[in-house]
Unconditional design. Sequence first.
Length: 390
Amino acid sequence: MSNPEHVARMARLGDLGERVVRPAADDVDRNARFPAEALAVMRRERLLSAAIPRALGGYGASLRELSEICTSLGQHCAASAMVMAMHQIQVACLVRHSGDSPELSEYLKQLCEQQFLIASVTSEVGIGGDMRSSIAGVQSAGEQFQLNKDASTISYGEHADDLLVTARRAPDTAPNDQVLLLLRRGEYTLERSGAWDTLGMRGTCSPGFKLSGSGARGQILPVSFGEIASATMVPFSHALWASVWLGIASDAVARARAAVRAQARKTPHSVPPTALRLAEVTTELTTMRQTLAAFIGDYEALIAQPDGGADVLSSIGFALKVNQLKIAASEAAVRIVGQVLCVCGIAGYRNDTPQSVGRHLRDAYSSILMIGNDRIHATNAALLLVHKGD
């Protein structure tokens, strides 16, 4: 059953998306600028604290509800939706893995009050895109820590309030013995080490940075990053990223539908040739939506179990399922928008028409590179050699 508060929230978001987020999307893309208008909407609607439990001041939103928010934003501006998705992934990690930490609990309360934006710092120069390995290590000094990290990308890093950072537990521990730690505004500096002039997702503003920061040891999450990644960060990432891509594909199909209807009005006694392709792409969009919904349903059922589904979430079978969602959703997004381009024809190819899908296509292509699909296929191949399930 739908939560009435969530339904009302989604209606307001849809209206604000049309009036505020969508009109800025082309300029955000053209100038590779941060979508400040969308962030203002998120703060106005207190969406940055949506996933935080009501007891701490949030909405207590489920993954399904977060997915719907990201899809709604994705229909207006993919970069804005991706900022929301990445932020919510960090919040979920804090909510689910802060334990009894008074520092982290207090931080979540403050986030609800002040609507802080959190960026993720899992990338690092020299690790080849392997999130489960770190070069930088936490240097401890009593109740404080210090960290220096050369990050290859930090999405919206210059616009974030706070950072969640991966690092080795200590400089001399193994690369995969990692922790996740919070750095708050004023506790870190960022020195830009690259530019962000990309094909798509330009508004995420994700250059590289050299990070230097320090904080209290209570800001280090009390469980290993390996556990956080398998139980929360990876499934939330792939589900919410897929939600953004679903939003891109949904808006593209809506443009194709409008184009075909316009053609039909010109020839009222015949079905336009493009209607067949529209039917095909609409079916693929439905399949994409159902695949995502099924994964979210399975995941929420797992984490609702008394043990939080710990054994399943750390299993090879679940890792394969998460990876397969990412591959399926990313490839579907590119196919769908490509098919829409064929439906809309030259009007879709141009950048100055209501049927234009150039930005949609460029943004969709980022999906196959966010944790590259070839890397995921290679991981799946290795997992399947030892997996004994179906």
